[in-house]
Design a protein around this ligand. Sequence first.
Ligand SMILES: C[S@@+](CC[C@H](N)C(=O)[O-])C[C@H]1O[C@@H](n2cnc3c(N)ncnc32)[C@H](O)[C@@H]1O
Length: 410
Amino acid sequence: MAEHVPPAEHPAYPVGLRLAGRRVVVIGGGQVAQRRLPALVAAGADVTLISPSATPSVEAMAESGEITWTRRRYQDGDIADAWYALVATSDPDANNRASEEAERTKTWCVRSDDADAATAWTPATGRSDGVTVAVLTGRDPRRSAAVRDAIVEGLRDGTLAAPHHRSRAPFVALVGGGPGDPDLITVRGRRLLAEADVVIADRLGPRDLLDELPPHVEVIDAAKIPYGRFMAQEAINNALIEHAKAGKAVVRLKGGDPYVFGRGMEEAQALAEAGIPCTVVPGISSSISVPSAAGIPVTHRGVAHEFTVVSGHVAPDDPRSLVDWKSLARLRGTLVILMGVDKIGAIAQALVAHGKAPDTPLALVQEGTTAAQRRVDATLATVAETVKAQDVRPPAVIVIGDVVTVGPHK
Ligand SMILES: C[S@@+](CC[C@H](N)C(=O)[O-])C[C@H]1O[C@@H](n2cnc3c(N)ncnc32)[C@H](O)[C@@H]1O
């Protein structure tokens, strides 16, 4: 049947097959099938696998009903009625017979063992934000994969500009930027940032990323929005709404996660009231990542089975405090305090007064994950003095508990 195969120098003709509900036959249940089946299933194909055996993950797909598995070797007639076939057994004779049948029945057929004998080639594929990338380089699958990786990575991190050209409705993304290191924003956050017309940013978070934005992007410092008769937060909400109503793609870039002491929900509510769709992109919260960057696990087997994240922005005896310090003093696990540098003396005193041991270890991690990161260790008894003596300043995450001393970095 080789006379039907086009000479290799002709480039393949790329096409996107819409396989939903259409019969696809896969012959052979080994590693090749394992790699290709998820995409066929994701495309909605009605997949029949023909193979006497299968790898455990292929078997699991059959058990869950994602594919139909006929447990035997290939027989003539198996490819009949299929729109597309993948031939990948370890038996060259079966592969030849199956691809000959595909040729006769005019079924596009991929062969794992002989690209020349195949009538279709599988491109290296990847997806990002609704874009499917498919790369064919003829005989060099590694090069295809490398080109695919470069394009997908560029789309994901926004370095490959691919703006949407469909008319855009007003849009706001509340993006959690992570604790400060620009590498610690999510892939989605970075892509949305690259698509923004307006970015309203906090002081905390990955500020270095703002320098990379193209000059047409308007960057607004949230702390500097004049608020006149409004509260500062209301002024930020209004700015989000106004820019979105002007048809701009607006990113509200926040430190850490938008919903961890970030007032993200207040912004989401204000946008919902104004009828503006908003998407929230979770971020890596400083409450976990900053201790981690300083060598402190918030849990450790045999040491802490829980960690509690608390705001320390008001003192324990302040009537506005919603924190039950007495209960916290009784917990055996880790306490993580955000916004607590100014009040740590009073907080440590309250914890000791409610029964926590004065020699409980504690660490303050200032400007975690940035070039200026600094860790200062103390105990509940010494922390007030240490903070003063070492001039520890916000932003810092304070970790209280035995996990502070488990790492090699003390
Ligand atoms: C208003 S809260 C916002 C928290 C943020 N939404 C999050 O999930 O990380 C600000 C506090 O987070 C902590 N923080 C945020 N980024 C930090 C960093 N890079 N280093 C140390 N502490 C940080 C500090 O305790 C700071 O006072």
